[in-house]
Design a protein around this ligand. Structure first.
Ligand code: ARG
Ligand code: ZN
Length: 467
C-alpha cells in the first residue's frame, strides 16, 4: 500500500542527491530506453534506516509455511505481489537469518543475494515503473529470536510445543521476507502446516483446515491492510473457540491449555470491550477479533497483532485487553508513518485504558493523569522524539502521550474531543499518519490554535508546573 512521506524526517538534500547518484539514473540501455535502477536498501526510518525497501509497494503477501517444532525448523514460500514505484533493475527485501533456496520474478528465475538483513533480488528483465510484479522466495531454516533494542525478545520465540511470532518493531523479518516497514501495509494469506494435533493461529479469518499424512494445514486470511510488525503466528497445543459479538463480528480465541482456566473469564469479555471501543472510536476496522493467550514465560509483553492480540497470561488483565483492542484502531488501522510516530499508537492505547477506568469503574481520568504526571521517568524526553530506538516503548511514549490527549480533551471539551478521535480514526484508517498529520488534524477540526499545548506537552523538554 502507499507509504506516506515522513514529514518530520526528510533526509537532507545532500543525502538525497547522493542516493540518486548511487542509483545511477544516467545510463541508458539500447532500445529499452532508460534502464531501471536498484530500489533503495531502506526507507530511511529515523530509528531503523535500513528497515523497509524502496522502489516498490507491496499489495499482498501469500505465505506458505511449514513448521516442525521438534527441529525448530521453518520452511517457507513467500509469494509477494507488489507494484514498482520506479524502473527497477533489482530490489531489496528484509530477511534475517534463514537460507534462501531460490527466487523468481514473474515466474522467471532471479538472482538472490544476502547481506545482513537484506536480500537483494535481481530479475532477468527490468521491472517497469507502475508495473505489478510477483516475486516468489523459497527459504528455510531455524528462525531467529531477535533481542530488540530495549532488550526484549521478538521475531520467532520457540515454545515447549511450537513457537510464537511477534514483530514489533522489526521482528517479522525473522520469519518471512518482505518490506518490513510500517509504511508499506498489505493484505495477507498465511497458510501454515504443522504436525497433526497442534494448531497454527494467525491474523484474520480461518479460511481452511485440512489434515493429511499426519500434518494439518491452517489457512488464514487478513483482508485489511496490515503492517508486517502486526503479523503473528502461534503454533502449539491451543484451545480454539469461535463465536460472534452481538454485532455479528467473528471472535476467535486461542488459549494454551495450561492457562485456559485463568483466562476464561476475561476472554468472555472481548465482545463488551469491542462494543465499548466502537462506541468511543468509531466502527471497528477489521473483519474479526479475538486473542491468543500463552504462558508467561513465552513472551514478555502483550502485542496488538492485527485482529488477534497476543497476551502472556500474567498480563491478560482488563486494562491490557482494553489497550490491545484500542490499538486495532490506533496503530493497526491508523499506522505510524515511521517509528518516530509510535507515540500515536501508544498514547491512544494508554488513554483508552484511562477512559475505560473512568467509564466502567468510575475512576476519573484525573487519577492516572496525576500519577503519570508525578513520575519523572515520564518526562525523560518528548513523546514524539525518543532519543534512541531503545526508548521507543518508554514511559514518555505511553504515559506522557496519553497526557497529551487528555490536555487536548480538556482544551476542546468532551464532545469535540470524541468527535476528533473518531474523525482521526476514520480519516487515516487503513493508512499511515505522522505526528504533524495529527497536530494539523486536531487544529483544523477544532478550529483552535493549540500551539502552546503542543509546545509544552508534546514537544517540550521540561516538565511544566502541575496543571
Ligand atoms: N505495542 C506493545 C504494547 O504496547 C508493546 C510492544 C513492546 N515491544 C518491544 N519491543 N518492547 O502493547
Ligand atoms: Zn501498546
Amino acid at each position: 500500500m502507499d507509504p506516506r512521506a515522513f514529514s518530520r524526517t526528510a533526509a537532507p538534500a545532500a543525502a538525497l542527491a547522493l542516493l540518486v547518484l548511487v542509483g545511477g539514473t544516467g545510463c541508458t540501455g539500447g532500445d529499452t530506453g532508460v534502464r531501471g535502477t536498484p530500489g533503495a536498501v531502506g526507507l530511511r526510518d529515523p530509528y531503523f534506516p535500513k528497515l523497509g525497501n524502496g522502489g516498490y509497494d507491496v499489495r499482498h503477501y501469500d505465505l506458505t509455511l511449514d513448521y516442525d517444532p521438534a527441529g525448530d525448523r521453518l520452511k517457507g514460500t513467500a509469494e509477494i505481489t507488489a507494484r514498482a514505484t520506479q524502473d527497477l533493475s533489482a530490489f531489496h527485501l528484509d530477511l534475517r537469518g534463514m537460507t534462501v533456496e531460490g527466487a523468481t520474478v514473474d515466474g522467471v528465475k532471479a538472482a538472490a543475494n544476502r547481506a545482513g538483513g537484506e536480500l537483494t533480488v535481481r530479475p532477468r528483465d527490468d521491472i517497469d515503473k507502475g508495473a505489478e510484479f510477483r516475486t516468489v522466495i523459497r527459504y528455510s531454516g531455524t528462525p531467529e529470536t531477535i533481542i530488540g533494542p530495549d532488550k526484549s525478545e521478538e521475531g520467532w520465540l520457540p515454545t515447549e510445543d511450537g513457537g510464537l511470532a511477534v514483530g514489533e518493531p522489526t521482528g517479522s523479518s525473522a520469519w518471512f521476507p518482505g518490506n518490513h516497514h510500517p509504511s508499506d501495509k498489505a493484505t495477507y494469506d498465511i497458510e501454515v502446516t504443522v504436525p497433526k494435533g497442534l494448531k497454527a493461529v494467525s491474523n484474520g479469518e480461518l479460511t481452511g483446515e485440512r489434515t493429511s499424512g499426519g500434518r494439518t494445514t491452517f489457512a488464514w486470511h487478513e483482508a485489511q491492510p496490515m503492517a508486517s510488525y502486526l503479523a503473528t503466528l502461534a503454533v502449539g497445543d491451543f484451545r480454539v473457540t469461535s463465536s460472534r459479538t452481538p454485532a455479528g463480528l467473528p471472535v476467535l480465541t486461542a488459549v494454551d491449555p495450561a492457562v485456559a482456566k485463568d483466562s476464561a473469564a476475561l476472554l468472555g469479555r472481548i465482545p463488551e470491550v469491542m462494543e465499548w471501543g466502537a462506541k468511543n472510536f468509531g466502527p471497528y476496522p477489521f473483519s474479526s477479533t479475538g486473542a491468543i493467550v500463552v504462558p508467561t514465560d513465552e513472551v514478555g509483553y502483550a502485542l496488538e497483532t492485527q485482529s488477534r492480540p497476543v497476551f502472556p497470561v500474567d498480563q491478560f488483565d482488563e486494562e491490557t485487553l482494553v489497550h490491545e483492542i484500542a490499538h486495532q484502531w490506533f496503530g493497526n488501522s491508523v499506522s505510524p508513518a515511521s517509528w518516530q510516530d509510535v507515540w500515536l499508537n501508544e498514547s491512544f492505547a494508554t488513554y483508552a485504558e484511562w477512559l475505560w477506568m473512568e467509564d466502567v469503574h468510575g475512576t476519573p481520568v484525573r487519577k492516572p493523569f496525576d500519577a503519570a504526571f508525578a513520575d519523572d521517568a515520564n518526562w525523560a524526553f518528548p513523546p514524539a522524539d525518543p532519543p534512541g530506538e531503545e526508548d521507543l516503548f518508554g514511559g514518555p511514549v505511553y504515559q506522557r502521550g496519553a497526557m497529551v490527549l487528555h490536555k487536548v480533551r480538556q482544551a476542546v471539551g468532551d464532545e469535540t474531543f470524541f468527535s476528533v478521535v473518531r474523525g482521526w480514526a476514520a480519516k487515516y484508517g487503513h493508512s499511515n499518519a505522522t505526528t504533524d498529520d495529527f497536530v494539523t488534524y486536531v487544529e483544523v477540526e477544532t478550529g483552535q490554535d493549540l500551539t502552546e499545548l503542543w509546545d509544552v506537552w508534546l514537544y517540550g523538554d521540561k516538565k511544566p508546573a502541575r496543571p
